[in-house]
Design a binder for this molecule. Structure first.
Ligand SMILES: [Zn+2]
Ligand SMILES: [Zn+2]
Length: 113
């Protein structure tokens, strides 16, 4: 018998910026996220590697055409995490809109199956 047990959500409440342990906590949160989303994590790593090695290049946002040259942050979005290098490039605005609104944003535009 042991006293140690893992309480999954217990530590996420205190978000105080002065919290000295905040670094540790964000690490914990990321670890939890990885554990919960192994495919996503692997896909993100694959994209980072491909970007570094030049296998993939960031493209302008496929919706509005904004690019990092404009000072806009471009994210890789995965339609399918099993295809880690099949990504769509979206600015933050359209990326979060896609996650909020779903594929509606693209249904008219994207004719590929
Ligand atoms: Zn955009
Ligand atoms: Zn996404």
């Amino acid at each position: 018998m042991t006293h140690r047990s893992i309480l999954p959500q217990e530590q996420t409440v205190n978000m105080s910026p002065e919290n000295a342990a905040s670094r540790l906590k964000s690490e914990t949160r990321q670890t939890n996220w990885r554990r919960a989303n192994p495919n996503k994590y692997a896909a993100h790593i694959a994209v980072q590697r491909a970007l570094t090695s030049g296998k993939l290049n960031k493209q302008p946002c496929e919706v509005c055409g904004a690019s990092e040259a404009d000072g806009i942050r471009i994210d890789a979005h995965h339609d399918d995490y099993r295809k880690p290098l099949k990504v769509r490039w979206l600015c933050r605005t359209h990326h979060s809109r896609l996650h909020k609104c779903g594929e509606d944003l693209f249904s008219k535009k994207d004719a590929t199956q």
